[in-house]
Design a protein. Structure first.
Length: 527
């Protein structure tokens, strides 16, 4: 495919990364941790609101902090790493499908399936760790399959296995040992199903293990030395406890992920079953010479593993998406009309969501926020133009889907009550001086610190800061009485207060002046 097409897709992909406000909670959190890393100069111990935050590894924090040091704290700099790696999954899928099938048409179909995947487009635009995990995991898997096609003992096989180990290490450094579980589970099941253990011989363990450890071990060792509490929390609490118990309060039924898989495959729904049936037709014994069965097992492992987990969030199944695109690609390439069908299905989906956002906004607020109405209209116009296009190439359809979904996300950002504090912080920023004390009462809005460039004293709320507060309670105020005492003796002070607490503060005679509100928080000043 011509480079200009990739440039157009890239421009579309990043079109709104600098416009959309940081959404809560995830985008605020993953913008703030690197900001504190950059400000403090401590690139080993992640902190959120000035307390230790050990839930995830540090790779994305490092890259984002480096972006801040060059370009400043911006929406686009906070999103760059996750959005860039999500985008790079598309050309990577294209290149792998071209190698696997030896056909540019099938490679283009694979890119189309991924680039017109509504689930992938939404998750890939949000500042999460799942895009980096997906990119590096899929890169390791694709490299492993390339190694399997090379001559045994050849330099090519060794080179691809080194890339496999490198990418797998970066996947672990992106989101933890879940990367090893998914990759290892797929390898083991594939060997069992195909009765083929020859794959073990290609690992070049004297080379791949040191490379993997060189990537992963330094940070894990260093943070454990500086923070002896890290290993138990990170490995036991964050991995095993979350998987085996409801501790994270993210439980869901075993079929939790099926609607999201349906959303991902919706534009190609008529082709899914025939494509997967054809892919599996050779059977596991013949598939030992092919990558197809490996991809099928990979998708099944990801879906089953997270379905039985007690901690479920939609982005967890992101690593399924590129392999699914490769599996569906031959069927799509045989039926060029399916691109237009996918465009129309995507058009209907986006228009329905746009209308739903308008209706919900009107019912919630009684009025229609103009940005929401404008962006919902833009989304509908974009996808309608895409669907009416007579061109059968996948790039116009992909451009329409990418831009349409981003317009929807802009519209969602304006849905009341806002899931961002950007306008709220802008309204009270002139009141914040270097000596102003900042409090957050009965809540912690994740986007407030990155927009303010300051951390907060948190009152009567622990949430995901609980572990950090258990190590250092200097930023924590345990009771409302303790807050009132500090507030009453403060000079310049502002507090972000949960609306349901306001009546209690009034009843107690607490002196304050309301400065701004957005439906999720009321900002009050001491004077």
């Amino acid at each position: 495919m011509r480079p200009v097409f990739w440039l157009l897709v890239a421009l579309a992909w990043f079109a709104t990364t600098g416009w959309r406000p940081l959404l809560e909670p995830d985008e605020g959190r993953y913008a703030e941790i690197p900001r504190e890393m950059w400000v403090s100069g401590d690139w080993v111990t992640p902190r959120l609101n000035d307390v230790k935050y050990f839930e995830k590894p540090a790779l994305q924090y490092w890259v984002t902090a480096a972006m801040y040091s060059v370009f400043g704290v911006r929406e686009w700099t906070s999103r760059f790493w996750s959005c860039a790696l999500a985008f790079l999954c598309i050309p990577m899928t294209y290149l792998f499908a071209r190698w696997m099938y030896g056909s540019m048409a099938i490679a283009g179909a694979a890119a189309a399936v991924l680039a017109i995947n509504p689930f992938f487009l939404i998750i890939g635009q949000i500042n999460l760790l799942d895009s980096a995990l997906t990119f590096f995991l899929i890169a390791s898997m694709f490299a492993y399959l390339r190694a399997g096609a090379a001559a045994a003992g050849s330099a090519e096989e060794r080179r691809w296995m080194l890339i496999t180990a490198l990418a797998l290490g970066l996947a672990v450094l992106s989101k933890g040992i879940v990367a090893l579980v998914l990759a290892g589970g797929t390898l083991i099941i594939h060997m069992i199903v195909t009765h083929d253990v020859r794959a073990l011989r290609r690992w070049y363990l004297p080379l791949t293990i040191p490379l993997f450890l060189l990537v992963t071990a330094p940070w894990f060792v260093l943070i454990s030395v500086r923070n002896p509490e890290f290993p138990e929390f990170f490995f036991i609490h964050e991995h095993f406890s979350r998987f085996l118990t409801d501790e994270a309060d993210r439980a869901g039924p075993v079929w939790f992920f099926l609607p999201y898989v349906l959303l991902a495959l919706l534009p190609w729904i008529a082709q899914v079953w025939p494509a997967l049936r054809t892919a599996a037709r050779g059977g596991p014994r013949n598939a030992s010479e092919s990558a197809v069965w490996f991809l099928l097992i990979w998708c099944a492992i990801v879906l089953v593993f997270f379905s039985v987990s007690h901690s479920k969030l939609p982005p967890y199944i992101m690593p399924m998406m590129p392999p699914l695109a490769v599996l569906l690609a031959p069927r799509i390439a045989e039926r060029p009309a399916s691109i237009r069908q996918a465009a129309w299905i995507t058009c209907v989906l986006v228009v329905l969501i746009a209308v739903a956002l308008v209706v919900v906004a009107h019912r919630k607020a009684g009025i229609l926020p103009m940005p929401l109405l404008i962006w919902s209209s833009v989304a509908a116009i974009i996808v309608l133009a895409m669907a009416l296009s007579r061109r059968r190439e996948w790039v116009p359809a992909a451009l329409g889907a990418i831009l349409g979904i981003q317009a929807l996300m802009m519209s969602y950002s304006a849905l009341p009550p806002l899931r961002t504090s950007k306008p709220l912080v802008a309204a009270i920023r002139p009141l914040v001086g270097p000596d102003t004390q900042l409090f957050s009462v009965d809540q912690y809005r994740q986007s407030v610190p990155p927009y303010l460039g300051r951390t907060l004293r948190v009152v009567r709320y622990r949430g995901e800061l609980d572990f950090g507060f258990s190590q250092d309670a200097s930023q924590y105020v345990p009771t409302l009485d303790a807050f009132i005492a500090e507030w009453s003796s403060a000079g310049s002070a502002l507090a972000f207060v949960a609306p349901e607490v306001m009546d209690d503060l009034r009843a107690r005679g607490v002196p304050f002046r309301v400065r701004a509100a957005d439906g999720r928080s009321v900002v009050v000043s001491r004077r």
